[in-house]
Design a protein around this ligand. Structure first.
Ligand SMILES: Nc1ncnc2c1ncn2[C@@H]1O[C@H](COP(=O)(O)OP(=O)(O)OP(=O)(O)O)[C@@H](O)[C@H]1O
Ligand SMILES: [Mg+2]
Length: 263
């Protein structure tokens, strides 16, 4: 059975896309089949992070009723399937968010996990992404402004009667100035299922246009994402056997094979 997990935050820029991509790679390494959907409709960036900003058919075409989701599904070199958005401004014309429900039905049974990268804020786009979820992961930074917005996100998830899978604290630093896990759990009243450290390699992975989990498999951030995946799968965390990637494997591992392009 396919499980849909939506990643939201309230506050923008806290690490939803980074979490979606790297959690997807970690679940994939644990042998689960994964599809990542970029439901940040107005400002999609999964394709940009993974090295292909534009593809012929996107989630926008699907939401416009022009294509099926399989037509917009691409395969990353890792094996993770990716449904990117369209970065052009005009792509918002004639788009109906309600088409997301039917589109996701087409993925049912094809993958173990669908990870939906939600939009910042708590508007229509974020609400739609929450409404289709089997579980919601709320990402925050360990700072009061982000935690305050995460609290609003949690309220919206409750209003939409969806379960919160847990909290992910991203960009954790060990300088004594962050809010603690305990403080954040107390405010948000949900368990922290992942703490991802501030990792300078994230920046390099963006430069390399690939997931941190693949470009820097032995980094602290990658280990943290693997722990998060193990927690979600409810299995013991194992240290990774590191396989070094070649330069070309590290760089821009995106979309080796288009699944849905019928041409
Ligand atoms: N653990 C981390 N360590 C260092 N930098 C990070 C980490 N996580 C994310 N970043 C950086 O923070 C920025 C925002 O990350 P990301 O795009 O994942 O956030 P977002 O919540 O998806 O943003 P938006 O709300 O705009 O969609 C990026 O520049 C990213 O490289
Ligand atoms: Mg994002």
């Amino acid at each position: 059975m396919t499980k849909i997990l939506t990643i939201v935050s309230g506050k923008g820029g806290v690490g939803k896309s980074t979490t979606t991509i790297n959690l997807g790679m970690a679940l994939n390494e644990y042998g689960k089949s994964v599809a990542i959907v970029d439901a940040n409709i107005t400002t999609p960036n999964i394709g940009i992070y993974l090295g292909v900003p534009t593809v012929p058919i996107t989630l926008h075409h699907v939401l416009q009723g022009k294509n099926k989701i399989m037509d917009a599904t691409y395969k990353h070199s890792s094996g993770v399937k990716v449904i990117p958005g369209d970065i052009s401004f005009s792509s918002l014309d004639g788009l109906d968010l309600e088409n997301l429900d039917d589109a996701l039905l087409d993925l049912e049974g094809l993958v173990d996990y669908v990870l939906i990268d939600g939009a910042p804020g708590l508007g229509e786009e974020a609400a739609k992404a929450i409404s289709v979820a089997d579980g919601v992961i709320i990402v925050t930074n360990p700072e009061m402004p982000a935690v305050t917005d995460a609290l609003k996100a949690a309220k919206l998830v409750n209003e939409l009667r969806k379960p919160v899978t847990g909290l992910v604290i991203n960009r954790f630093k060990r300088d004594g100035m962050d809010m603690s896990v305990h403080e954040i759990e107390k405010i948000l009243e949900y368990p922290v299922i992942g703490a991802i450290e501030e990792d300078k390699n994230v920046r390099e992975s963006i430069f390399l246009k690939n997931a941190l989990y693949l470009t820097h498999p032995d980094s602290e951030g990658s280990k943290n994402f693997k722990r998060l995946a193990a927690k979600i799968l409810d299995i013991p965390y194992r240290e990774r056997k590191i396989k070094s990637l070649t330069f070309f494997e590290r760089f821009n591992g995106f979309f080796n094979r288009i699944i849905g392009d019928k041409k």
